[in-house]
Design a protein around this ligand. Sequence first.
Ligand code: FES
Ligand code: FES
Length: 161
Amino acid sequence: MRKQLLSLTVNGDPVELAVPPNYTLQEALRNDLGLKGVKEGCSEGVCGACTVLMNGAPVRACLTLALEAEGADIVTIEGLSKEGWLHPIQEAFVNLGAVQCGFCTPGMIMASKALLDRIPNPTDDDIEAALTGNFCRCTGYAKMRVAVRTAARELQEKAQD
Ligand code: FES
Ligand code: FES
C-alpha cells in the first residue's frame, strides 16, 4: 500500500514518518518510534492500555489512524518524566501500590494526566469517570483513585510554589 508522509510532534519533538493509510497511531508510535509504553492490549479500543494524549485529549492509539495525527501534538508515557524525574502521577502510582504487573499503567496514567490537566481538583466521581474505560486485571481500582487524588494535591502544591 502506498505510504504517505505524516508530520507530528511526539513528546515535544517534531517527527516525520512515511506510513500506509491503514497504519494505526499505535503502530507508528511502537514500531517506528520505539515507544513501547504505548501498550498493545486488545487492539480493539476496549482496554485503554494504548491511551496517549492527542492535543491534550486522551485517545486510543489502536483506534486512531496514524494519518489522523497529522499536525497533532502527541504525548505518551515516555514524555511525562523530565530529566530522569518521574511525573507526580507516576510517582503516586508507584508509591501507593497502584502498579502490579504494570501493563495497564501507562494508559491509566495518561488518562489521569488528561483528567488533572482539565480538572486539577477532581472529585471521586470525576476520577472514576476518567478511568472507567481503562481496565486493570491486577490491582483493583481503589489504589489508583488514591494515587490520582494524591497526585492532584501534589501538582496543586507545586503550582503554588
Ligand atoms: S489496545 Fe487500544 S484499547 Fe486496548
Ligand atoms: S497492574 Fe496489571 S493489569 Fe493493571
